[in-house]
Design a protein around this ligand. Structure first.
Ligand code: GTP
Ligand code: MG
Length: 316
C-alpha cells in the first residue's frame, strides 16, 4: 500500500467522527453569515457531543470568541480553519518525538509490552504492530503472555502468521512471566529486532493482577536490562471519555510509556483523542481504525487532524 492509501484508510476510519463533528459544524455555519453567540454555543455543544472534552472545547470556543471580538465578523470558512488549527495544536502536544513506527537508533531487541483492560484490542494491536515493523524490514518475535484465556494462543498465532512474525508460546495456564523470559531470551539469541509481548486483559482495580503485570515486566528486565523499552496501554475509543479515564488509571498503575487508541472506526466520538491529548499525561503512539492488518498507524498530529477533518492528503 502506498502512503496515499494509508491516508484514505485512516480518513475512512474516522468518517463517523468527522460526520458528527466537522460536518455538523459546517451545517451550523451554512445558514449564517456571521458568528454570533448562539452559533458559538451550538458549536460548543457539537464538540462536547463528539467527546472532545471540556478543556479542549473551552480552548476552541475561547479562540472563536477572541477572533469575533478582535475582527468583528468571522466568516464560516474561517471558523473551520480556526477549528483545524486548534485541533492540530492540541494533538501536537501529545505526539511523541521522532518517527514512532521505525525505531532506527533503538537497542536490539527492542521490547514492547502491550497492556490494557479486557477486550480493548491488545492482541489485534500486537498483530498490526508486528505487521508495521515487519513491513519496514525488521524481524519480529511475538510473545504470547496471555496464558489466561484458552483461545488466546490461537488468536495470536493467526495474527503472527499474517504479519510474518515468529511466536513464542507455552500451554495455557503457564506463568506469563516465564513466557516473557523465554521470548526475550529467544529474541536475544536470534538477533531479533523487535519483541512484542501480548498480555491478558485486566482491571486496574484488581491488585493481584497489577502485581502480576509488574512481575511480567520484571521478567523482561531480568533477561535484558532496560527492557521492556515501551509499555503501551491500549484504549478502546468507543468507551468514550469515562471509559478512557478509567483505563488511564490503569496506565498510572502499570508504568505505561505510551498509548494506542483503537476502534476509532467504530465510534462517532473520536474526539476523545483530543480529550486524551489535552491531558498530555501520556503520548499517543499509534491509532487503530479497523479490524484489518493495515488499520493501524503511528500517530502523527498533522496527518491525523487532516484525516479527522475529512481533508485530502497533503501533496508533496
Ligand atoms: N472496528 C475495530 N475493531 C477492533 C479494532 N481493534 C480491535 N478490534 C476488535 O475488538 C475485539 C477485541 O480485540 P482483541 O484484540 O481480541 O482485544 P484484547 O484486548 O486482546 O482482548 P482480551 O485479550 O480478551 O483482553 C475483536 O473483535 C477485534 O477485532 C479496531 O481498531 N477497530
Ligand atoms: Mg487478547
Amino acid at each position: 500500500m502506498g502512503l496515499g492509501d494509508f491516508f484514505s484508510r485512516l480518513r475512512e476510519g474516522l468518517a463517523r467522527t468527522n460526520e458528527s463533528l466537522v460536518v455538523r459544524v459546517q451545517e451550523i455555519l451554512a445558514t449564517r453569515t456571521t458568528l454570533d453567540e448562539a452559533t458559538v454555543t451550538r458549536i460548543e455543544e457539537t464538540l462536547l457531543t463528539a467527546d472532545v472534552g471540556v478543556t479542549t472545547t473551552a480552548a476552541i470556543i475561547d479562540r472563536l470568541r477572541r477572533e469575533v471580538k478582535e475582527h468583528g465578523v468571522v466568516r464560516p470558512e474561517d471558523t473551520v480553519r480556526l477549528l483545524r488549527e486548534e485541533i492540530e495544536r492540541v494533538l501536537s502536544g501529545s505526539a511523541s518525538p521522532g518517527e514512532p513506527g521505525i525505531l532506527p537508533d533503538q537497542p536490539r531487541p527492542y521490547v514492547i509490552m502491550v497492556v490494557g483492560v479486557n477486550g480493548a484490542g491488545k492482541t489485534t494491536t500486537v498483530g498490526k504492530l508486528a505487521h508495521v515493523f515487519h513491513r519496514s524490514g525488521l524481524s519480529v518475535l511475538v510473545g504470547a503472555a496471555d496464558t489466561f484465556r484458552a483461545a488466546a494462543n490461537e488468536q495470536l498465532d493467526v495474527w503472527a502468521n499474517r504479519a510474518g512474525a515468529d511466536i513464542i508460546r507455552q500451554s495455557s495456564g503457564a506463568d506469563p512471566a516465564s513466557v516473557v523470559f523465554d521470548t526475550v531470551s529467544a529474541a536475544a539469541a536470534r538477533g531479533t529486532d523487535v519483541v512484542l509481548l501480548d498480555t491478558a486483559g485486566r482491571l486496574h482495580t484488581k491488585a493481584h493482577l497489577m502485581e502480576e503485570l509488574r512481575k511480567i515486566r520484571r521478567a523482561a528486565g531480568k533477561r535484558l536490562e532496560g527492557s521492556p523499552h515501551e509499555v503501551l496501554l491500549v484504549l478502546d475509543a468507543t468507551t468514550g471519555q469515562n471509559g478512557l479515564q478509567q483505563a488511564m488509571k490503569f496506565g498510572e498503575a502499570a508504568d505505561v510509556t505510551g498509548l494506542v487508541l483503537t476502534k476509532l472506526d467504530g465510534t462517532a466520538k473520536g474526539g476523545v483523542v483530543l480529550a486524551i491529548a489535552a491531558e498530555r499525561k501520556l503520548p499517543v503512539r499509534f491509532v487503530g481504525f479497523g479490524e484489518g492488518i493495515d488499520d493501524l498507524q503511528p500517530f502523527e498530529p498533522h496527518t491525523f487532524a487532516r484525516a479527522l477533518l475529512g481533508m485530502p492528503a497533503e501533496e508533496h
